[in-house]
Design a protein around this ligand. Structure first.
Ligand code: IVH
Length: 669
């Protein structure tokens, strides 16, 4: 951002920019700049306001903790404000902090060092040992009541036992999406041709704000607790409280350590700079806290942060390089992804020359030009990304990036559906990289697993004009194969055998292999369980599709769209004729009775003794039918824990009989 040089305009620009970034971060879970850049902007604003207090604007972000409150959850006031921590990036500042502390409370000070977890702050309230409320930080004074979602997190006890329990207390912690789960979620999204989640923190924050707590439960969020608050604390020190809450059942990371001097604090920081990458959650620094509660009280607070704690942040893993080119990759669904090609640069131990730019909007937002000197960062995400441009070094001959209007591979005009960030090449039948990517997906391990056919052979077969779509693979002949370059008879035979063997691949994997947009392997399994053959699936109406657990409107629409195209119908017919499996084996539920014949059910919420799938199976096996929406014709609503309030309200209005889990099971047993 080019800043004005008179203080009044600079203050105004910074205020606007930081407020916007805060809005994006807290409302939309998007971080548009690195933490470092954000902190630098905030620091600059603080400095200017300090020099010119009369110029400070009433909405200045320096006057609040940060963030605002989202509308869709109930707003709750925090009993104890959720403050932030002052940040530092240098040893010098840490020593200053230590000096300030010792000046006030004397030299007998002990610190506790902890990891600074990069997730979402949470406040957990307990009354008489029972978990009663979970809230986000919001603006520090008021946050969102996300109790229902918090209940799904296993690291948070719902009932606490212990003889030293105060009647009412709060625990503070950080909710996170374990890195492994994040990677798995993204792998699933990639498979399904969906946009990837930017990083684990955004994913965790987005998950916590889901309206459906069943989705939250499925994401396996974790929580590290790091703070205890109560009006009558039974503890004298922070370390005692950490030990106690761990005993009570909270998950406390065992990475914390007591340090008796600032030098041992620095040892801790150095020790963890590398080791932190082995933790299940991204961390971006170390929090140093004065251990004694009495001394904490003596040190007190500023309006935004405690004087008894400080966060040391590790420098971001970033580097600077020159942007040489933007390449456009066409995926199997036709999605166009811009990839930045840069001069090779060392970043966090590896040489990097490609970085992701996500989509067309990102190029505009960053104001990227060819030849620019760019900042590249590697955060929680696996692929490095461009986070900014050094405008002061922009070469005079830098070239604006003109986003292609036509597919760079086949020349078709690109399309962009409303509300989508990506452009797509619609030429499914004739765009070479798209066709090859579809073929590669089809043969991949989780799909048909045709291991003898690698991407190289696929390319050769496509170039030779033998294969245009996945059905053509089953028409390849021995002669066609042996005539390919570097192909011996043995390999040709192996390929044919491998293709033959693939005909036994189970139906759900065949469905996944078709590459229908948004149908990843998990969704394909669900579909195959419910629609036990392809006829049932391709004839399914929208309503029937969304009645299946985990199949949403977007997936349903995509399936309907897929089968509406004659070329896809023909493809499926050819694959069927080739002998592929288009039927689930023995998955049709056995009929146990016809007790529920003629009855329709809506299942909502989370259940204790059975899964939703199991409930669905039971209903069908007793002759009942599961539907997705509540109407006057509905026979029963089976209501689990945490079902959506709107569903409940509608059912009550229409006078539908609502069954608890126990009541329903009683009906069939
Ligand atoms: S203590 C008043 N301990 O950092 C201090 N915070 O900038 C309360 N955080 O909102 C926070 N790890 O989300 C504390 N070990 C840790 C932490 C931690 C991460 C986050 C927390 C807070 C932010 C403060």
């Amino acid at each position: 951002m080019a800043l004005a040089n008179d203080p009044a305009s600079e203050i105004q620009e910074l205020t606007q920019r930081i407020n916007y970034l805060n809005y994006q971060y807290y409302q939309n879970s998007v971080s548009e700049v690195s933490d470092y850049d954000f902190d630098m902007m905030l620091e600059r604003l603080q400095q200017l306001e300090h020099q010119h207090p009369e110029l400070r604007l009433p909405n200045s972000p320096t006057q609040r903790v940060g963030g605002t409150i989202t509308k869709s959850f109930k707003t709750v006031f925090h009993k104890y404000p959720m403050l932030s921590l002052s940040n530092t990036y240098s040893e010098e500042d840490l020593r200053e902090f230590d000096k300030r502390v010792r000046k006030i409370v004397g030299d007998e000070v002990e610190y506790v060092c902890e990891q600074k977890f990069d997730g979402v702050a949470i406040s957990l309230t307990y009354e008489n040992g029972e978990f009663v409320q979970g809230a986000t930080r919001g603006d520090g004074t008021r946050g969102d009541d996300i109790t229902a979602n918090v209940r799904t997190i296993r690291d948070i006890p719902l009932q606490v036992h212990g003889n030293d329990l105060p009647e009412s207390f709060e625990v503070r912690g950080e909710v996170f999406l374990p890195l492994q789960v994040f990677e798995q979620l993204n792998a699933e999204r990639e498979e399904a041709g969906e946009q990837l989640l930017a990083n684990p923190r955004n994913a965790a924050s987005g998950t916590l704000k889901q309206q459906d707590s069943a989705i939250v439960a499925s994401r396996r969020l974790g929580c590290f607790s790091y703070g205890f608050m109560s009006s009558s604390s039974p503890f004298d020190t922070h370390s005692e409280s950490l030990q106690a809450i761990q005993k009570w059942g909270f998950k406390v990371s065992d990475t914390w350590r007591k340090c008796s001097s600032i030098d041992t604090v620095l040892d801790y920081i150095n020790e963890w700079e590398q080791k932190r990458h082995e933790l299940p959650i991204a961390t971006d620094g170390v929090v140093v806290k004065v251990n004694s509660y009495a001394l904490q009280e003596e040190l007190g607070y500023t309006s935004k942060s405690p004087r008894w704690a400080i966060a040391y942040k590790y420098p971001a893993m970033s580097a600077v390089s020159r942007l040489l080119e933007i390449q456009y990759q066409i995926g199997r669904t036709g999605a166009v992804t811009p990839v930045a090609i840069m001069e090779p640069v060392l970043l966090a131990g590896t040489v990097v020359k490609r970085a992701s730019v996500h989509n067309a909007n990102e190029i505009q937002r960053l104001d990227l030009r060819l030849g620019d000197i760019v900042h590249v960062e590697k955060g929680g995400e696996i692929i490095p990304k461009i986070t900014g441009v050094d405008f002061s070094k922009r070469p005079a001959d830098s070239m604006p990036i003109i986003y292609p209007t036509h597919c760079p591979a086949c020349g078709s005009e690109l399309v962009r559906a409303e509300g989508e960030a990506n452009f797509y090449c619609p030429n499914e039948e004739g765009c070479a990289p798209q066709i090859q990517a579809k073929l590669e997906h089809f043969i991949s391990r989780k799909a048909m697993n045709i291991d003898e056919l690698g991407p190289k052979t696929i390319e050769q077969l496509y170039r030779a004009g033998f294969v245009h779509n996945v059905a053509d693979l089953y028409d390849i002949t021995f002669e066609q194969l042996v005539n390919l370059e570097r192909m011996g008879e043995k390999s040709a035979n192996n390929i044919l055998n491998s293709l033959e063997k693939s005909k036994q691949t189970p139906y759900d994997r065949v469905l996944f292999a078709l590459g229908i947009r948004y149908v990843g392997s998990t969704v394909a399994k669900k579909l195959a369980e419910h629609f036990t053959d392809i006829e049932a699936l391709r004839g399914a109406m929208f309503e029937e599709l969304i009645a299946v657990n985990e199949i949403g409107e977007r997936i349903a629409q995509s399936i309907i769209q897929y089968f509406s195209r004659p070329e896809h119908q023909e493809l499926v017919e050819r694959l069927k004729a080739a002998g592929l499996q288009f039927k689930s084996e023995n998955t049709a539920p056995e009929m146990e009775s016809n007790k529920l014949e003629g009855k329709t059910f809506v299942i909502s919420g989370v259940f204790e003794s059975v899964s939703r799938d199991e409930l669905q199976r039971i209903i069908v096996s007793h002759g009942g039918k599961v539907v997705s929406s509540i109407s006057a014709k509905l026979s029963y609503l089976v209501a689990g824990d945490k079902m959506g309030p709107s569903k409940l309200e509608k059912a009550n209005k229409l006078g539908i009989t609502i069954l608890s889990e126990g009541e329903f099971l009683g009906m069939v047993n």
